[in-house]
Ligand binder design. Structure first.
Ligand SMILES: [Zn+2]
Length: 276
């Protein structure tokens, strides 16, 4: 493992440490190679601006790593050698673990930005020293980083899989079905519901495969394989504009293999390959 998550309020950022700079929903990146994991001394010289807050993330290759949170309105001087870029553009371009570390910085910055004031009494919150929580000194409310669990699943039917085109996708792109878990639901119930609502298909025999943090802004995707039970495809024409059963040799454009959708499609390909 290159990254070790921990919490230590004693360690402070210094030269020799790694920094991920967060500006609103974007990261500071080197103009040359779009690297977002920046050495502290390099950042200090290239971009001598004090961050609003500095959050310890853990250790990357045994070296302390921090998120520097800047004002979302911050302008980056063109002479700094830095640009701001979306983390999503680095998916598949950097190791998964480094992408996850960027996502950790992005999600914690989002949490900090959205909980600087107490949702109950409106008072200013403070970072606690003993754990990663924003506390309201006026009413005692605590705000931990929030993660929104989502389910995502590929439906298998004989030698085909179910893929859908979402109205927000670029033309020709199809993916597996995904949605948020609602209060009171298990992950399995949520996936059965989402697939039924979005495609009209009933599924059974869910198998958990893997999970992936998806920091846009703070989802955790829980990936499943599901098996066809009954029903005919029926889409709403608004959110989902098309869905179909695809055989392995005639897949449409699908998300890249680094995404959890791509991984679930790989599971389908391996299984049908293994069968025949
Ligand atoms: Zn309060």
């Amino acid at each position: 493992m290159s990254f070790e998550a921990d919490f230590d309020s004693e360690v402070t950022a210094a030269d020799g440490h790694w920094i991920i700079g967060v500006v609103g929903s974007r990261l500071l990146m080197s103009e040359v190679d779009q690297s977002f994991l920046l050495p502290h001394d390099y950042l200090r010289k290239a971009f001598p601006v004090a961050p609003q807050e500095c959050l310890y993330l853990g250790r990357w290759q045994n070296v302390p790593c921090f998120a520097f949170i800047y004002s979302p309105e911050l302008e980056i001087p063109p002479t700094s050698g830095l640009v701001s870029g979306g983390l999503r553009s680095r998916l598949g371009m950097v190791a998964d673990e480094l992408f996850s570390l960027g996502g950790r910085a992005q999600q914690l910055a989002h949490w900090y930005e959205f909980h600087r004031y107490c949702g109950r009494c409106g008072g200013a919150t403070q970072l606690e020293l003993h754990e990663r929580v924003l506390a309201c000194p006026h009413c005692g409310a605590l705000y931990y980083p929030r993660i929104a669990p989502c389910v995502i699943g590929i439906v298998l039917r004989e030698q085909t899989c179910l893929l859908a085109h979402n109205a927000n996708f670029r033309e020709g792109l199809y993916s597996v079905i995904a949605g948020f878990i609602e209060p009171g639901e298990t992950a399995e119930q949520a996936l059965v519901r989402e697939i039924r609502e979005e495609t009209g298909i009933k599924v059974e025999r869910l198998e958990y495969i893997c999970s992936q943090p998806w920091p846009f802004p703070s989802q955790l995707m829980l990936g499943f394989v599901a098996h066809y039970k009954s029903g005919e495809i029926q889409v709403d024409g608004v959110e989902i504009t098309d869905a179909n059963w695809f055989p392995p040799n005639a897949l449409p454009q699908v998300p890249p293999p680094r995404t959890i959708s791509g991984k679930l499609i790989d599971v389908f390909l391996q299984r049908v390959g293994a069968q025949g």
